[in-house]
Ligand binder design. Structure first.
Ligand SMILES: O=C[C@H](O)COP(=O)(O)O
Length: 249
C-alpha cells in the first residue's frame, strides 16, 4: 500500500462452487466492510448473471476469468470481450498461470487478448509470475520482464492492474515472504518505469497473489509496492472479508 494508489482485491473463484454455494458466498460478501478498497469477484461464466443480480455493487463488481483474443464469430466454446461488455461486466482476468499452463496461452496470445479487451472498454487484471525453479535459479525478474515486455505500452493505470503471482505460491500454502513479494513488486514497478513510463509505474496497481489468507494479508498489505491481492482459495471462504478489511483502511 503506497504512492496514493487505491487498494484492489480480487476474488478469483476459478472453476469452483455450485450455484447454491456461490449464492451463499454472495450473501456473505454483501455484509462485508469495503471502506476505500475496490473489490472484484470472478465467478465461473455460468454464475455471472446470478452474481450480478444479487451482489451489491457498492461491495464488489463482477469480473470474468478469461475472454477470447477475437471478437464474436465462429470460435466454438469461446466468449468474447463484446459478450462481457454486453452483459454489463467491467473486468476480466487475463494471463492467469492456470491459463498459461493448462490452456497453453502464451505471451503473444495474451497481448492480443489484452489489446482486444481494452479496445472494447474492459478493465483487466493481467497476471504474471515465475515458476519455482525460476525463483530458485534467480531468473524471476527475467521471467516477469518477458511477460510484460509485449504489453508494456498498453499499461494504463486506469484500466490495467498487474497481478504478480509466483506460481509456486498458488494454492500451495507457500506464500511469498514479505521481502520476496515487496522486492519483486518493486522491481516490476521499476521495469514498468523503463518500459512504459515513470508516471505509469507510479500509478499502476500491482496485486500480490499466491496463498493469501486472513492471517498473512495484513503484513503484506502494509508493504509499499503491494496494492491489493488476487485471492484464490481464501476467496471462497468467509476470511475473504478479512482480506478486504486489511486493505480497506
Ligand atoms: O488467482 C488467484 C491465485 O491463483 C491465487 O490462488 P490461491 O490464493 O489459492 O493461492
Amino acid at each position: 500500500m503506497g504512492g496514493g494508489r487505491k487498494m484492489i482485491v480480487g476474488g478469483n473463484w476459478k472453476c469452483n462452487l455450485d450455484q447454491a454455494k456461490a449464492a451463499a458466498l454472495v450473501e456473505q460478501l454483501n455484509g462485508m466492510e469495503v471502506g476505500n478498497c475496490e473489490v472484484v469477484v470472478a465467478p465461473v461464466f455460468l454464475h455471472i448473471p446470478m452474481v450480478m443480480n444479487t451482489l451489491k455493487k457498492d461491495k464488489a463488481l463482477v469480473s470474468a476469468q478469461n475472454c477470447s483474443f477475437t471478437g464474436m464469430g465462429a470460435y466454438t466454446g469461446d466468449i468474447s470481450a463484446e459478450h462481457l461488455v454486453d452483459m454489463g461486466i467491467q473486468w476480466v482476468i487475463l494471463g492467469h498461470s492456470e491459463r498459461r499452463q493448462y490452456f497453453k496461452e502464451d505471451d503473444e496470445m495474451l497481448a492480443k487478448k489484452l489489446e482486444y479487451a481494452l479496445s472494447k472498454g474492459l478493465k483487466v487484471i493481467y497476471c504474471i509470475g515465475e515458476q519455482k525453479e525460476q525463483r530458485e535459479n534467480g531468473t524471476t525478474m527475467d521471467v516477469c520482464k518477458k511477460q510484460l515486455e509485449g504489453v508494456a505500452k498498453m499499461l494504463n493505470p486506469e484500466t490495467v492492474v498487474i497481478a504478480y503471482e509466483p506460481v509456486w505460491a498458488i494454492g500451495t500454502g507457500l506464500v511469498a515472504t514479505p521481502e520476496q513479494a515487496q522486492d519483486t513488486q518493486k522491481s516490476i514497478r521499476e521495469y514498468i518505469a523503463s518500459a512504459a513510463s515513470p508516471d505509469v509505474a507510479a500509478k499502476i496497481r500491482i496485486q500480490y497473489g499466491g496463498s493469501v489468507n486472513g492471517k498473512n494479508c495484513a503484513e503484506l498489505a502494509a508493504l509499499e509496492d503491494i496494492d491489493g491481492f488476487l485471492v484464490g482459495g481464501a476467496s471462497l471462504k468467509p476470511e475473504f472479508t478479512d482480506i478486504v478489511k486489511a486493505c480497506s483502511a
